[in-house]
Design a protein around this ligand. Sequence first.
Ligand SMILES: [Zn+2]
Length: 673
Amino acid sequence: MKNFLNTLTLTIMATIIVGCTSTNNTPIDVDSIVTEMQELYPSANHDIMQRGISQAATLWQEEDGTAQEFAQFVKDNYAADDDARKTLFDKLSTAYEVLLGATNQVAVALNLPTMLTGPEPIELDYIMSAFDPFSHMTSDLFENKVAFITILNFPNYTLDEKNTLGKEWSRQEWAYARMGDMFTSRIPADINKAVGQANADAENYIAGYNIMMGKLLNEEQKAIFPEDMVLLSHWNLRDEIKSNYAPSPLAREKQEMIYQVMLRIIDGSIPQEVINNTTYQWAPYSNRTWKEGTEVTLAAEDTRRYERILAHYNAMKQVDKYTKQAPTGIIRNFEVDVEMMPQEIEELFVNLVSSPQVKAVGALIRERLGRDLRPYDIWYDGFKSRSTISEDQLTAQTRSKYPTPEAFEADMPRMLVALGFTIDEANYLADKITVQGARGSGHAWGAVGRWENSLLRTRIGGEGMDYKGYNIAVHEFGHNVEQTIDLYDIDYYTLRGVPNTGFTEALAFIFQKRDLKLLGYNQQIDANTTLDIFWGLYEIMGVSLVDIRMWQWLYAHPEATAAELREATMAIARDVWNSYYEPVLGEKDSPILAIYSHMVNSPMYLPNYPLGHIIEFQLEEHFAQYPNSRDFANEIMRIYRLGRLTPNHWMQQAVGSNVNTTPILNAIDAIVK
Ligand SMILES: [Zn+2]
């Protein structure tokens, strides 16, 4: 479900604002260059000129030339009037589209053996798939001065400036401002490497965090899980809790035991040797361990989890020195990448997790379970869409309809027409999407140059596409339609794409929910689907709040040890729990919200998940005004042609309000009443 285009553009064109000061022996005298240029060009826009010169000066380093050479560079490369600036913009846009699009094709091609179905990849295939053809592009463009020409003429604006000044900007001014996001820092290669190392170490740590469920014993020293069951923390542990909402004799005991395991993972009291190791039996309540029937004492994992988080932090602090206007990892993640302030995101989330709707849905779950709620009921999984058609029936249908990727591809125009697109629009969009058989569960890899197709990768078994695979393929199809509209139909190349990951996820969710309609059923969006999304939001928003607050705590305590970080993270998790979860689920001081593995391997990524659903419900509420499917399709095209504005500008122009949780809360009200 990962959207490759966004990951890609974020890495290549890290929108980090302004880097280190010049290391020239004679410092650059920005003021006198600006004065001289203003005298030379009295009618030029002096604010833009001042920004461009000072931002370029900030990035200029000794190897780029002397202070005098910088002054000459400015004179030689300043586009003084509107026509010259527009000509320069067009030429740069074309050049970047060629460079980024062609390099994207290299990445696509090198990844084919590992990503698509076919012969088993050999070692070389894995090496080539890890090769990053973008990795030297930024430094090359600084070296030949194209990056400086860009920033000199198309300076960068902060999020706050984009949100305020941007209200008055024309599309062209927005396009110019987005070009100003391309080159805003020069992070030395060894520091990028340190960041990469911290990421790789955290990935490995998480990838090896398996719990051997068959080795877990209750206090009667009995195993309650199947002997060969291995669950990766935390995702598979969570999914096992979810699957035990179906009635079975040991369901409650299994859920309670997994909860206990999670508590020991969070506080580090889990014996290190029981992780990813079948040698020992472990009783997670009393924390006793045995080897071949003899009780043994094992050392606790202790602070390893928090050491991985600290390693990210230490790498981030090195980057901070080179991004002076975005001087923390928090600012870079939220203000620069997501383009929403962390306070704004916290307010959105708190608004939902403290809502009366959460209490009402909690009461509904208590009634259905017939017992008081427990902390792990944040993963309650009983809101299932009650379709009259069984999954087996659906699978029979999708298998015969889609025996191959080509069959799905050939059917895309019909699906788009069913959603309300005209046959011409449907053919136009479908022509730009290629369907391929994936090794994994599937993903959508967007095009970058306007000669490429975006790629819909989907898993098709030997007997054809089963219903689960079809449901995911329709999700990816939504991504591909977004990727096509806001690349091919966009007025300025630098405005291609969406404000952040949440905006492409929203359209993918909107398509996915209509999957039965595309199979020819008269599908209504079922109340259970909405309740399921809402309860999922309640859980993930709490986890996101813990993640955000942990990073804020770290930046406020730069000397913290791993043990101090553990105490602080647990205190934050308990505090969030006691404020917004204990009133619904009970049990004071549960630290369960700190269990997410993303906190360890993807710093500050969690808030992207709830944003996708918040945006989805804002769009759905808007589309509900257009019961005619033709209008629905028109609105999708109008809205996704907005391209990469900031989230709030995009949403204002899409539906007339900022990003907010009112539509999802309204949807719950309508159900609970
Ligand atoms: Zn997705």
